[in-house]
Design a protein around this ligand. Structure first.
Ligand code: HEM
Length: 413
């Protein structure tokens, strides 16, 4: 076990890095933290960025400049500033991919994560009842059955498995399918299309366009079926409220399908590795929140653009300049989390920003917590002798996508 292993806590105190010379009129210019093969996560230079006065400047693949925000306090400020927008239609919105970009309302109506208040509020209000603690609690028995069924299949198949493909991915995927009323057999279809949309380097514009069209066509058909036949599912309930037009449902449902499985899957898989390397925390429910903070899989998800000149941490950001709040950097800010690189479920991790912050804070967070709690509890109860089947430093880590995670997780028992 070395400090460069992705799921390995480093001992405290950890070097905060070497603070570069500070000069707010001449910001530090750094690489965009997208591809980091062989580098630990979060990248150690995040500590340098946090220590740098003001903000850090980077360049997007298209050559435009973008501000990186790394301190916990500054990330929260960015995510709640009225001068800063989530709308990708605004000039200067950061496009972090080598290709493509974030969809606009013209392309996908109802893609509400890309809207600002007050437009955003109508969608959020319609969806909140679907994700309350109470509603999610009612889903728990079904989530337990889903987790048990995956474990039954894994155990029946032998004494090894790929915990990503056989466990971490199917669970959130099946849960979101059942919530939306998507037939379980279609899971492979939307997983494959989502994979294209969240990969930054390997997918071309044509691939993204084709995946988006496939998903929209599929969702359109699904909505038609629900309009005709109804069902005990989110789509039918949303249609009944009348607050979201059927054509806007395409963006809403696509967002839920995309947001709802890769994120959780990455978190479940990385958390299993961390628990295997820190077995004293197996069975402790507090591990869920700390895993979310520790791994911060959605590091570069909350993209923003300034729509008016605004000052953040003493740095002037001009209207039209892009901003990337790096939530993994904020969640490892030593001013908020003592010994941030140590995996310590006994700490109070609730103030983490792994789910973002402000009006766009993750709508699925209650669901995620239950999925993770059930997944860890049942996995370690039913397979107490679970072990990694590959050395830690050989794990296939996803460093080049929107989300941080694992490609595979070979295990045996
Ligand atoms: C570990 C798992 C997850 C993580 C780390 C995560 C992270 C995030 C983050 C960082 C945001 C904020 C985006 C922004 O500020 O622009 C967000 C928004 C959102 N998430 Fe999640 N998410 C997870 C799972 C889920 C699940 C399971 C669902 C749904 C079933 C979901 C649905 C959403 C939706 C709909 C939004 C947009 C909310 C809005 O704009 O009002 N997420 N998520």
């Amino acid at each position: 076990m070395t400090p460069t292993d992705p799921a390995t806590p480093q001992t405290c105190p950890v070097s905060a890095g070497t603070a570069p010379a500070t000069d707010t009129t001449d910001p530090l210019v750094v690489d965009l933290p997208l591809r980091r093969p062989g580098v630990p996560f979060p990248p150690p230079h995040y500590a340098d960025y946090r220590n740098h006065e003001g903000l850090v400047l980077s360049h997007l693949p298209d050559g435009r400049r973008v501000w990186l925000v790394t301190r916990h306090e500054d990330v929260r400020t960015v995510l709640t500033s009225p001068e800063i927008s989530s709308n990708p239609a605004h000039e200067g919105f950061p496009n972090i991919g080598a290709t493509g970009g974030v969809p606009t309302q013209d392309q996908i109506p109802g893609w509400f994560v890309g809207m600002d208040s007050p437009e955003h509020d109508r969608f959020r209000k319609a969806l909140i009842p679907e994700f309350t603690v109470r509603r999610v609690r009612a889903m728990r028995p079904a989530i337990e059955r889903t987790v048990d069924a995956q474990l039954d299949a894994m155990l029946a198949a032998g004494d090894t498995a790929d915990l990503v493909a056989d466990f971490a991915l199917p669970i959130p995927s099946l849960v979101i399918s059942s919530l939306l009323g998507v037939p379980p057999a279609d899971r492979e279809f939307f997983e494959s299309r989502t994979r294209v949309l969240v990969s930054l380097r390997t997918a071309t514009d044509d691939d993204r366009m084709a995946a988006t069209k496939d998903l929209l066509r599929y969702i359109g058909r699904l909505v038609e079926i629900k309009q005709k036949w109804g069902g005990d599912d989110l789509i039918t309930r949303l249609l009944a409220t009348g607050s979201i037009a059927p054509h806007e449902l395409s963006g809403v449902l696509m967002l839920l399908l995309i947001a709802g499985h890769e994120t959780t899957a990455n978190n479940i898989a990385l958390g299993v590795v961390t628990l295997l390397t820190n077995p004293q925390w197996i069975g402790d429910e507090r591990a869920v929140e700390e895993t979310l903070r520790f791994h911060s899989v959605a590091d570069i998800v909350s993209l923003r653009v300034a729509v008016e000149d605004v000052e953040i941490a003493g740095q002037l950001i001009k209207a039209g300049e892009g901003i990337i709040p790096l939530v993994a950097a904020a969640n490892h800010d030593e001013n908020v989390f003592a010994c941030p690189h140590a995996f310590d479920p006994s700490r109070s991790a609730r103030s983490h920003v792994a789910f973002g912050y402000g009006v766009h804070q993750c709508l699925g967070q209650n669901l995620v917590r239950v999925e993770m709690e059930v997944a860890y509890r049942k996995l370690f109860e039913r397979i107490p002798n679970l072990q990694l089947d590959v050395p830690l430093d050989r794990l296939g880590i996803k460093y080049d996508g929107v989300l941080y995670g694992l490609h595979q997780l070979p295990v045996r028992w």
